[in-house]
Write a protein that binds this ligand. Structure first.
Ligand code: DGJ
Length: 724
């Protein structure tokens, strides 16, 4: 619910669990008052009175003598007009300076939520959320609109901003955050998800100290290194207790999340497109839209925050028909064959897949051009008929004849210098004249700011997907952007290339996914290198990491789950010893770990022993029985994978079923383990797969007794079902 109180000019946005309050000051500033637990009152000015100041703090034109933009809690801080902390908005005006100030003009409140032109964002029906739009103006004629959507049944507020040149000369947007929040609390820890290739999204918590802390990417993609997510935690916040504020940017390119603890005890956090290398020209009348930023409030710790993000991303970001459908169990041939396969090999994997109950074969990299290794042919998207005799239609019908569905791999945004495409269109790669081009994995990045390049991608994907019964696409992206410039844009628009690339990508994804609405699209970027909420608008599932080692995967998957639901995490059982770490592990455990997400295989089924095949068959059967719990259930991270054991649990919304997993990562002699389950109904009686009966209260308050002789790498997954 969103309310405006005209007497005090106060806005109050209430979600299911949080309140967000700000007001218009006498001089038209937007002054932030409160963001936190749901409150019934709105007269809370006393919370934000900040008379801590010294002689270097400037005053302002506000009638409130205590008001200074430098110390006040500001709703959307601008650059150059008295607020010296990190700013959300900086626009160079026709006079050539970047002084940016904005004052309230008008506002509108309505039910529901409107989309952002050209950028994916969360969606909500009229009875699910309410939106407030506030128009502000700078003396230069710059018009700034702040958008706020408060979800009614989730503790989620969505924010975004648009700026319009309502003046006469050219303006340049140099920095535009999608959201800024000022907290009058001085004590916060900040939680981020850092990583690298093969070890994505590891949670890291630090105390915010005076000054600025930044998590960002300048790689042209959200990337492996920092996810576009951060949380501010009260110092006492734990997995299940205490206050957590989560922030997530719905964007796939360069981003920056900055937090500053100022000298008077205020903590500011802002997130948006990274201002590094960014400058967007606004001619008179032109408008620029920021991507969306989301904030979640939880007073049930980090776990409560995660579960709110999960509900949001399960129901409000992806419109694919696959979003709520049972996903196929896949076998992907990448780790089975790498580039060394032909049609007969794929068909023989498909034969085993059919026998084991696996639904789909995905043909990975290497099926096109002269792609027998990773040094050539990206861009040449025609079938290599030496490998696939009879072409795609023949292969797909042979696989389908076995009762197995077929999926295919693309890396559409790339071009190899050794490709027919590059020989024909060297100007289609991002580069700047007179400067060398950095090569990475023998490939360059296509210039998606150019409409003809976008059309080319849509064209070859349309042709390939129409040529055979292809029901799944893995969309890969294996390098970051360098020498970011476009020959198609004038010099004063080169600062737009990073963002225009992302807009080009979104337009291509929109066109391809809507032309093939029944195809299941899975995202990938050297594993989980572009795993962000905007990608989830097109990809109901994402390849979580190239590291398929089960021990590593526990950390990666539980880290990913801090923000993203299991339904988005593609998790495969691979061979032992593992190709990335060399670790030997039990097939049982590889299966139990992969069942924490969208389950599949990534190994050569033909090489498995009969015993192993029996195990795979049982795993597939089991996953099909429990997948609804993982896909739609609530996650509880019970024991973090930082010690000898790890445990987690999914519970269905009606609390009638739960899936519990325990892994003994490092075996200890004579250990004692009682693991308390969470989220069950204490009044129900649950049966496990072995016919044992437990009361919900015993499972939650006494715990499951797991004291036994665990061997290294052992694990167990238990399915609890409430007795009727
Ligand atoms: C990187 C992906 O993450 C892998 O799964 C695989 O598809 C390779 N690319 C293929 O080149």
């Amino acid at each position: 619910m969103i309310t405006f109180y005209p007497d005090t000019k106060t806005f109050k946005l209430d979600t299911s669990e949080s309140s967000y309050i700000f007001r218009i000051t006498g001089a038209g500033y937007l002054r932030h008052i409160w963001y936190g637990h749901l409150l019934h009152e709105h007269e809370l000015d006393r919370l934000t009175v900040r008379d801590g100041r010294d002689s270097s703090v400037p005053g302002s034109s506000d009638p409130d003598p205590w008001f200074s933009a430098d110390t006040a809690a500001m709703e959307y801080p601008t650059f150059g007009a008295g607020d010296f902390r990190i700013s959300a908005l900086e626009v160079k005006n026709p006079a050539g300076n970047s002084v940016t100030d904005m004052r309230y003009v008008s506002h509108e409140i309505y039910a529901g939520k409107r989309p952002i032109p050209g950028i994916p964002s969360t969606f909500a029906k009229d009875d699910e959320a309410d939106t407030l739009e506030i128009l502000c103006r700078d003396v230069t004629g710059l018009l700034v609109t702040l958008y706020y959507t408060a979800y009614r049944n989730l503790p989620v507020i969505s924010r975004r901003v648009s700026v319009k040149n309502g003046g006469e000369g050219d303006m340049y947007v140099k920095n535009i955050a999608s959201m800024s929040v000022d907290f009058t609390h001085p004590e916060f820890d900040m939680l981020g998800l850092w990583g690298a290739w093969g070890r994505e999204r590891h949670p890291e918590r630090r105390r915010l100290i005076h000054g600025i802390t930044e998590l960002s990417s300048k790689r042209g993609a959200s990337g492996h290194y920092h996810n576009p997510f951060a949380a501010l935690l009260s110092p006492e916040c734990t997995e299940e207790y205490g206050e957590a504020y989560g922030f997530s940017l719905v964007y796939s390119g360069n981003f920056a999340i900055k937090a500053e603890l100022d000298s008077f005890g205020l903590t500011r956090i802002l997130l948006g497109i990274s201002p590094d290398g960014f400058e967007w020209k606004l001619e008179a009348g032109e408008e620029f839209y920021s991507p969306e930023a989301l904030t979640v409030y939880s007073d049930n710790g980090i776990g409560g925050m995660s579960r709110a993000f999960h509900k949001l991303f399960r129901n409000h970001i992806c419109g694919s028909v696959w979003q709520h459908k049972t996903r196929p169990v896949i076998v992907n041939n990448w780790e089975a064959t790498y580039f060394n396969f032909d049609d007969d090999k794929l068909v023989s994997i498909a034969k085993d897949a059919a026998d084991l109950g696996i639904d789909m074969l995905v043909m990975d990299d290497g099926w096109f051009g002269k792609r027998n290794d990773d040094r050539r042919s990206l861009g040449d998207w025609y079938t290599n008929e030496e490998k696939l005799k009879g072409g795609l239609p023949s292969l797909v019908s042979r696989v389908n004849a076995l009762g197995v569905r077929f999926g295919i791999w693309f890396e559409p945004e790339m071009i190899c210098p050794d490709s027919d495409l590059y020989r024909a269109h060297p100007d289609w790669a991002l580069h700047t004249e007179g400067r060398g081009m950095s090569i990475s994995r023998s490939q360059y990045v296509l210039d998606l700011t150019r409409p003809e390049v976008c059309d080319y991608i849509v064209g070859f994907m349309t042709n390939t997907l129409s040529s055979a019964n292809i029901e799944y696409v893995k969309w890969d992206f294996n390098r970051c952007l360098t020498e970011v410039a476009s020959l198609s844009l004038p010099t004063d628009r080169q600062g737009e290339v990073f963002h225009r690339y992302v807009l080009g990508l979104y337009s291509v994804l929109e066109r391809v996914t809507s032309a093939f609405p029944n195809v299941l699209f899975e995202g990938c970027a050297s594993g989980g290198g572009r795993y962000d909420p905007a990608m989830l608008a097109y990809f109901p599932q994402y390849w979580t990491s190239d590291d398929t080692d089960p021990v590593e995967r526990i950390s990666i998957q539980l880290g990913t789950s801090v923000v993203y639901p299991a339904a988005t995490m593609s998790c495969h059982v691979s061979a032992s010893p593992n190709h990335q770490t060399g670790r030997r592990s039990k097939l049982e455990t590889r299966g139990n770990v992969a069942m924490a997400g969208v389950f599949g295989y990534e190994l050569d089924l033909n090489r498995m022993t009969d015993d192993e095949k029996e195990t795979v068959k049982r795993q597939v059967e089991k996953y099909k029985k429990i997948s609804h719990i993982v896909m739609d259930g609530e996650l509880y991270r019970l024991i973090p994978p930082t010690g000898d054991v790890a445990a987690w649990e999914y519970v269905t919304e009606n609390k009638k079923e739960a899936l519990f997993t325990f892994v003994a990562i490092n075996a200890r002699i004579a250990p004692v383990y009682f693991v308390k389950l969470r989220g069950l109904d204490p009044n129900l009686t649950y049966l496990d797969d072995f016919g044992n009966r437990f009361s919900g209260e015993a499972l939650m308050y006494a715990g499951l007794n797991l004291t036994r002789g665990w061997r290294d790498g052992d694990s167990v997954t238990v399915h609890f079902t409430a007795e009727e």
